[in-house]
Design a protein around this ligand. Structure first.
Ligand SMILES: Nc1ncnc2c1ncn2[C@@H]1O[C@H](COP(=O)(O)OP(=O)(O)O)[C@@H](O)[C@H]1O
Ligand SMILES: [Mg+2]
Length: 197
């Protein structure tokens, strides 16, 4: 069985309030983040639990915490977390942890037509963890089986974050990440949303 990796001790304990949305048609997990530390901790959970090849498509307005989540993923993977920021001059940054992490931010993408030239597909190698901010600008380039993460403002410091699996590999990945995490910091805070009938 895969050995559970604890997040670095610098990762703060999260105290998140579950939110519910039974209307979601796909397996979804929902939570309320009360601080940037919460969002980074969720990212660290993801980084701890990924097995390789997971693709995360991130959606949400500027300032909702997409980059903060990727910073947490890098922390959980054991990559240098402080180095993760929105890529400014290039659209894709690579980080080295126990698995490679590719972080794309398509905010500055001038045209959807330029996506095929980004080389995103090079990272879909079954091993690299791929996180794409503004994923709606690269929909046709993303694998069908991916984790969609939607961020929304609730207040200055609160965000709603909903994670949805669009295929069996992503579903298994989220199940591994959330159901196997038995640390006291995270137990009971993530709630699996029921499938709608
Ligand atoms: N709960 C929260 N989760 C994430 N970021 C938060 C939260 N509350 C406040 N913030 C602030 O919002 C901003 C999020 O920035 P960033 O992660 O770059 O967002 P995005 O990549 O979506 O544009 C940061 O300044 C962060 O401190
Ligand atoms: Mg960003």
């Amino acid at each position: 069985m895969r050995k559970h990796r604890q997040a670095p001790s610098s990762t703060p304990a999260v105290k998140l309030t579950p939110t519910f949305d039974s209307t979601f048609p796909l397996p979804s997990w929902s939570l309320a983040s009360c601080s940037v530390a919460d969002t980074e901790c969720l990212g660290a959970m993801i980084g701890n639990g990924v097995q390789g090849g997971e693709v995360f498509a991130l959606y949400g307005e500027v300032g909702t915490g997409k980059t903060a989540l990727v910073r947490g993923i890098a922390t959980g993977l054991g990559a240098a977390p402080r180095s993760v920021s929105s890529p400014t001059f290039v659209l894709i940054h690579e980080y080295r942890g126990r698995l490679p992490l590719a972080h794309a931010d398509l905010y500055r993408l001038e045209s959807v037509q330029t996506v095929p030239h980004l080389g995103l597909e090079e990272y879909f190698d079954g091993r690299t963890i791929v996180a794409v901010e503004w994923a709606e600008r690269a929909m046709s380039e993303l694998p069908i089986d991916r984790v969609e993460i939607r961020f929304a403002h609730r207040s200055e410091t609160e965000r709603t974050i909903i994670l949805t699996a669009t295929g069996p590999y992503s579903h298994q990945a989220l199940t591994n990440i959330f159901d196997r995490d038995s640390s006291s910091a995270t137990q009971g805070i993530i709630t699996s949303l029921p499938k709608s009938s």
